[in-house]
Each structure stands twice: as C-alpha cells, then as structure tokens.
Design a protein around this ligand. Structure first.
Ligand code: GLU
Length: 382
C-alpha cells in the first residue's frame, strides 16, 4: 500500500522527534516533514497532524532542567510550548502554501457524545477549507484525572473521529518487536500484525521516555481503537529526515491491518472510550453468547464493579479477567447488582419496573477481544 493511495491520513509525531532538550525545535526535521506532507496533499490525500512537543518545547524555552515536572509546571510549560509549536507548524506548512489550523482537545471532547460531534464538525470544516489540522491535547487545562496523557491514543481517537484510512505513529522505534529490543537481543520484529491478540498486547510492555508519555503500550491501545474502526495503523521510526517518504521507499515499519468488519460510527465511539465507568464480569456461557453476536443478559453477569449510571460505558470482562467487550449499560450500577445472575423475566419484580431485557444490548456493544493469534514474524537482524 502506498501512503498516497489513502484518502485521509492522521500522522502522530512524538515529542523527541520535534524537540531537542538543549536546542529546542528541530527545524530541519520539521521542514522535511512539511515537505512530505505537501507531497501527500498535492496528490489529494488529506493529512491531519497530531503533534506532541508542547511540554518539551516549553521546558526548553523556560529553561526548566531535567526531571519530572509537577502538574502545574507541565501545564505552564505547555502554555509556553504550544504557542511556539503551533507557530513552527504554521510557518513550516505555509512554505508549501498550506494553511495550518490548531485544535486543542481535552478528554471530554471525545468522551462526551455531544462534544465529540462538535469537535468532529470543526475538524471536518477545517479540512473542507483545505487547511491541515494540527492537533494536540490541551495540556494547559488537562489535569491528571482528566487527560489522555499520551498522544498515541488521542491520535487514534482523532483518526476514527474523522474516518481516516491510515494512522501513522512516528516515534523513536521502528515498530513492534516480540520483546523490547534494547533489553532482549532475541526480540523479533513484526512487520505485519493482522489482529491485536492478547499475545500481541503482552509484547507491548510499558516503556516510556522522559520526553514522551507514550510507550509501546499506548501504541497498541491506539491500534485497537483504530483497527476496530477500519483504520490501518503504521508504527515507524521518525528518526530520519523525511520519515513519510522513507516509509514509501520501504523503510522498516509495523503494519496493523484494519478489521475487515469495521464497526459502525456509533460503536466506534463506544469502543474508543478511554475510561469505562464500571465493569461487568460474566460467565463462560455469556461470553460465548457475546462472541456469537448476542446481547448480554443479566443471568450471565457474575460481578458488577463501579458506580456507573445508566448509559455509561462499561467494560465486559471474562471470568479470567480479560476484557471482552465495551458497551453502554442499560442499568445503573446499583440496579445491575440487584439483577445480576437473575432471569430477565424477574427484572420487574426485583426493580419495580420492567426495564430492558439486556444488561448491555448488542446494538450498544462492541467486542474488544481478538480471537486468535495472527502475526507474522521476521528476525530482528533480517
Ligand atoms: N501532549 C504532550 C505534549 O505536547 C505530549 C503527550 C505525548 O508525549 O504523547 O507535550
């Protein structure tokens, strides 16, 4: 597949690619990147950029030394860094007669349906006007409880929101390995991942560098969000000039195939919700029923965790603790506890009103577990 055959691409750029701790913006790299973007847009591909680097840039401008930042320090650094970052993109793209538009998102802008539709409308309008959206988390107001925290998942949310066909994550690693390659010399590179199975998830570990918050873990989470919505994903190294051109020219990268049965826009929104409000643990019979496309009935629910309201997103877990599905609960947490394990016909007698027969209806549910391992391996030194 060539990048220019895509209709719409989201490119996520990690902080360390754009910002050097000592000297600030890596201008030559950014200029080359803007050239790559211009080459794509000239062929009619729409490009959206999710750019990290606000906090890193702010640290350099404000001369804040190494080490972890307190929340208010990183918020202040982001305030300073984001202006510089937006200006750099705007200037870099304008050299190719491309107009940039800045979008700063907070978690609620994708988690709440009304705000999600609003953000989507703004981004779509920008693209209709032929501007390139340059997106980041609004780090100046994000607090630790209310934030994405990493731009990998934010970029996946944006990709599904705009119906992109490809998400490219550029960082300091060229793809997914069976184990962290700097720790394990036997780690094998995976050029193609057909489905994100539990086995693939286990390979992701938890690494993160000082400048960026995402590690392989958040990249795999991003892959789950993107591929289940029918959007392919590439993890590639951005440590070269012209990283997009390099991919086209055959530079090594991991390709995550989009699901062949992408879920609807409504289910995509449910599946991508980052923070489920509760959890339902179900028995094996109910798990089989869900796998064959049925709704979740109260009878199959063994345990209810969390203080959620009706309509909130909940995670559906297997008895051995795997997440199987996400969906919107037909009942609040307290009611769910009362009717779990009971027949649907008894709901009225227990709750005093006749609610929905399903605890989570199949129309409001999306399966999040892949069934079997399907990954090709290639030796790391091949
Ligand atoms: N939004 C953060 C920033 O611009 C980066 C988050 C990440 O590293 O993924 O500094």
């Amino acid at each position: 597949m060539t990048l220019s055959s895509c209709r719409r691409i989201v490119i996520k750029i990690g902080s360390a690619l754009l910002v050097d701790r000592a000297s600030g913006l890596k201008k030559a790299w950014l200029d080359a990147m803007c050239e790559d973007i211009a080459a794509l847009t000239a062929k009619g591909t729409e490009v959206l950029v999710v750019s990290s680097g606000a906090i890193a840039m702010g640290r350099t401008v404000l001369d804040i030394g190494a080490g972890a930042l307190r929340l208010e320090e990183s918020q202040a650094a982001a305030a300073v860094g984001q202006i510089a970052l937006a200006r750099a993109w705007s200037e870099g793209l304008s050299r190719h007669d491309i107009v940039a538009g800045q979008i700063l998102l907070t978690l609620g802008d994708t988690e709440e349906r009304r705000r999600y539709l609003n953000a989507r409308a703004t981004i779509s309008q920008l693209m209709r006007l032929k501007a390139v959206p340059v997106i980041n988390e609004n780090d100046t107001v994000a607090t630790s409880e209310i934030r994405y925290g990493d731009n990998d998942r934010l970029a996946a949310r944006v990709a599904t929101m705009v119906g992109a066909d490809l998400l490219v994550l550029l960082s300091d690693i060229d793809g997914l390995y069976t184990a962290p390659p700097h720790l394990d010399p036997k780690a094998e590179f995976l050029p193609v991942v057909q489905a994100i199975t539990p086995e693939i998830e286990a390979m992701a570990g938890g690494a993160a560098s000082e400048l960026s918050r995402g590690g392989m873990r958040t990249k795999i989470d991003a892959g789950k969000i993107a591929t289940s919505a029918g959007c392919a994903m590439i993890i590639a190294s951005g440590k070269v000039d012209h990283p997009l051109r390099a991919i086209v020219d055959g530079a090594r990268h991991s390709w995550f195939a989009p699901s062949s049965k992408p879920v609807t826009a409504w289910k995509t929104w449910i599946a991508g919700k980052l923070a489920p409000a509760g959890r339902l643990t179900i028995d094996d019979g109910a798990e089989r029923a869900l796998m064959s496309g049925k709704s979740l009935l109260p009878a199959g629910v063994r345990a209810v965790d969390g203080d959620f309201a009706r309509g909130d997103t909940i995670a559906v877990m297997s008895l051995d603790g795997r997440e199987i599905a996400r969906g919107l609960s037909s009942y609040d947490g307290q009611e769910a506890r009362l009717i779990s394990g009971k027949k649907s016909a008894d709901i009225e007698a227990i709750l005093g009103y006749s609610g929905r027969a399903a605890m989570v209806h199949r129309d409001d549910m999306v399966m999040t577990a892949a069934r079997k391992a399907k990954a090709k391996k290639e030796s790391a030194d091949a």
